[in-house]
Design a protein around this ligand. Sequence first.
Ligand SMILES: Cc1cc2nc3c(=O)[nH]c(=O)nc-3n(C[C@H](O)[C@H](O)[C@H](O)COP(=O)(O)OP(=O)(O)OC[C@H]3O[C@@H](n4cnc5c(N)ncnc54)[C@H](O)[C@@H]3O)c2cc1C
Length: 505
Amino acid sequence: MNRSEQLKALENEILWDIIVIGGGATGVGTALDAAARGYKTLLIEGHDFAKGTSSRSTKLVHGGVRYLQQGNIKLVREALRERGYLLKNAPHLTSIQTFIVPVFSWWEKVFYGLGLKIYDLLSGKLSLGDTQILSKKETIAHLPTINTNRLAGGILYFDGQFNDSQLAIEIAATAIKKGATVLNYCMATGFTKTNGKITGVECVDILSAKKYALQTKVVINATGVFTNAVVQMDDQLQHDLVSPSQGIHLVVDARFFPTVDAMMIPKTDDGRVLFAVPWHDKIVLGTTDTPIETTSFEPLPLEEEIEFIIKHFNKYSNASITRANVNSVYVGLRPLVKQKVKGSTALISREHHLSISPSNLITITGGKWTTYRKMAADAIDNAAFVGKLNKEKSSTASIEIGDELEKENRMIAILKNDLTLSPLIHPAYHFIKAEIVYAVQYEMAMCIEDILARRIRLLFLDARIAIESAPLVASIMAPYLHKDKNWELAEVEKFTALAKQYILT
Ligand SMILES: Cc1cc2nc3c(=O)[nH]c(=O)nc-3n(C[C@H](O)[C@H](O)[C@H](O)COP(=O)(O)OP(=O)(O)OC[C@H]3O[C@@H](n4cnc5c(N)ncnc54)[C@H](O)[C@@H]3O)c2cc1C
């Protein structure tokens, strides 16, 4: 992935078959599906890949136990199928994760035991392992710091886990290999129309401020929680399609929850779901579901959300974490499909939603990371129809994502060329300096944030350490990006201001 090459391809093409707006899970998946069908495909992302919700998930590849509780079998079955494809096609970025649901009465044991057996059965041949009912003693053996007060046992079940932003970047890279042009820092600003139908996209290269007017047969809006703004670029009178709901996560050291198993609390005393999931030698605690009015690229946690997670984690474990123990807090916005119901976001559909405007703008939104491939396939089926393209079938169910061997060879070459890149970026974390060079040369990282938030996950794992590492990251990036000392200083200042928002004071 080289940005200059991608920009050249954008400038050389006269007419695209499909332009995808948005480089989160849905957008990169859509670009891959389109390119694999042989369509001339361009994806433009206004910031960095996965800058939005797609880097801020709970990191679960899952069918959604909660949706089973709501009786939405179709949604769960579809997501479990997609879970299977993802684990098969991106084994280096996903893993099987055991989850334990602690139960506090015989009735809960029966209820959750049965429910999670059905959950496993719904995955059919793609099952990751049998659900097991655990005694109190077995539950404590799995979760040594569980609060044993009233504990009656537990249910063990299997789901998946993944590195969300890295997956998005590798799907984008795979799309390029299949022939797509993919560009970050390129913002869609408007549409051009012929006889009321969209025939072009206006966009701006954020890094050079150069404007482009591109021609295309069809446009797909895959901008997640920013969908409404793009829909209104098409038709100012259009009503909002999505309603944002905020979810926060707190990341703490593994010593507060020393186990390889994740814990899932299906119903806290105020009816929410709480996860404690091991991730990169840390524990991710979350999440919340708070309806909010406005969208932002850097949403902030609410005090009540922080308190909810700390209070409930302490209630179900023997740990008594405080704000000072939180390494990082990160916040994501769910693009929930708006229905005509007012009130709680729990009532709003988690299923994906596809619409085609009178001017032919295709909008794909909702869903979840796990189901990005199916969303993409649906979007391209419709795009082929709208854009009168040759009819081709989706092949992404069997396309491998990324190329581990190629990455390994490139890393070896980087290190051979410059042995000073072999030391760690920070002594507390296993990331090495060569990874910064790799991200600049092969993954379109353009600034410190691209590296520390979405290539190496230090901002999410430990925001203070990320701030400490920023000057080094800038100094390694600068020569590869042909930048000077002033750029380094400005970048460090910009990143530090951002990273402070990930620290609880
Ligand atoms: C708290 C939380 C936890 C979650 N956990 C999980 C989980 O564990 N597992 C799971 O499967 N799902 C999970 N989800 C759901 C999942 O993360 C989202 O459904 C998914 O990431 C949405 O991806 P997207 O591509 O539609 O949107 P986004 O990732 O937000 O991508 C939209 C992109 O569009 C870009 N954009 C916006 N406007 C423009 C423009 N004008 N021009 C160009 N680009 C533009 C943005 O910069 C952004 O990068 C979670 C969601 C939340 C909020």
